[in-house]
Ligand binder design. Sequence first.
Ligand code: FES
Ligand SMILES: [Fe+2]
Length: 337
Amino acid sequence: MSMPIESLPADWYTDSGAYRTERERIFKRNWCFVCPEAELSKSGQYVTSEISGQSIVICRDQHGQLQGYLNVCRHRASPVCIKSAGNASHLVCPYHAWSYGLDGKLLNAPGFGRDFDRTKYSLFSIRVETWNSLVFACLDTACKGLNEWLGGIVRLTEHFPAVEDMQFHVRLANAFKANWKTYGDNSAEGYHLATIHPDLSQSLTPEIRITAHENGQYVGFEVVNREDGSPGYWIYKFPGLLMHFGKKSFNLECIRPLDVNQSQTERWFWFRPEVEDRERNEMVRFSNRIMQEDIEICIRVQENLQAGFYDRGMLSPEHELGTVFFQSCVRQALEDG
Ligand code: FES
Ligand SMILES: [Fe+2]
């Protein structure tokens, strides 16, 4: 058996300075899920989202291309789009009505006169790419492309139904009082399955294969449903993307830090067309319960991390392999500068 490994120090979970560094070095440097591509199927459709506290807007332009911008007016920094989604031929800032084309160019700045050089005040562009009918955005020009970032996930999941062959069912969001890593540490291991999630544990066969890939950039859980023998593949992709692939459903979860001790999970659910509403609702209810069980224990852990007595614990490379890798990704991102 390999030796236990020390976990991250408690103050990384409670210190605002550490949190600011993580936003800069982790969340601003990775791809982040935005929405199902179906929400941006027509020119003029837009959605707003957020990466690392920065509001963004993604739209389908007049040529049918996806475009992404910081949702920040070049006049005096108001968000240009206030709603979470909409449809527009151009984007008009609610503050003083500067308006932008779907290509991000400033069209009109009321009262600024003819000599004002509008070409200098386009919206700031950000990167947008899609995979499996899912839209992702990235604030970092140096980050690898989305497919490369996803790495082996693309191939490992291709035998599960594609998102375009499923129906979108529901999106749910929950905020909770814990650092994003407290939830991340928990999501990356299966050690707590039997204790925190007895019903989930009962619904699966006992052999769950957990494998870390690409230096722990993602962790895969191979599971089998005890009742019907169907396989499932769960993924935790660093820093905060969780995906559950099944033969008749797919769900995706994003962990977003809101503050050092406040996080949010957003979940999206898809089902194969033959899955009836009753079964869909039952699966979502079950998922809600599992998530509540996770959130409750994470809140309690966070309270103890904040109390100031506990500093570091130990991780088992055998049972908590995913957490070992998750923490090493955090360490590496912070040490790389
Ligand atoms: S801040 Fe947008 S028009 Fe003034
Ligand atoms: Fe859990």
